[in-house]
Design a protein. Sequence first.
Length: 193
Amino acid sequence: MPKLSQFACCFLASGTLFLTGCQQMIQSQPPATSPVPGAENEFQLQGKIGVRTPQQSGSTFFTWAQQQEQFDIELTGILGVGKTQISGQPGQVSLNSAKTGRIEAASAEELLQRATGWQAPITHLVDWVQGRPATTSAQLQKDQAQRISQIIEDGWTVDLSYAAQARLPNRLILKQSLANGGENRITMVIQNR
């Protein structure tokens, strides 16, 4: 599997581990936009994720089921080709595909490092897909409806877009500026919640 596909897989998987205790961070207060009280970090998403770096680009379809600290993500290419399964719970994350075999790690960041050589604070993704920052140190911008439209946090800028009056984002663009003037960019389109 190319490193780009592995990055997309690991990025998505590791983002779901925010509340697993794999990394210490200060949790911000949840916004009033939670769809169901007490249902934080319980969701099912389907969509497409694209990754673009100065060296390469690509995309994959995803199905992500999150139940508190446990998750299951399935990634597939066009027409269901190249299926990859990613699962995790506190202290154990695994990626399994026909091309790479099984890769295991204690945390999402470690899995990303092993699979791609990248380091990133991607455990924030569980919060970002729910339209909220992961830490109290995040810089925020809001739209006219008072929904968070941009989060700047831990070296990433996340632009959130919403469909009509929706309270949760349906598109996230994550950007990381590089020292050489380049950029890593991840675009996540959520088609179904």
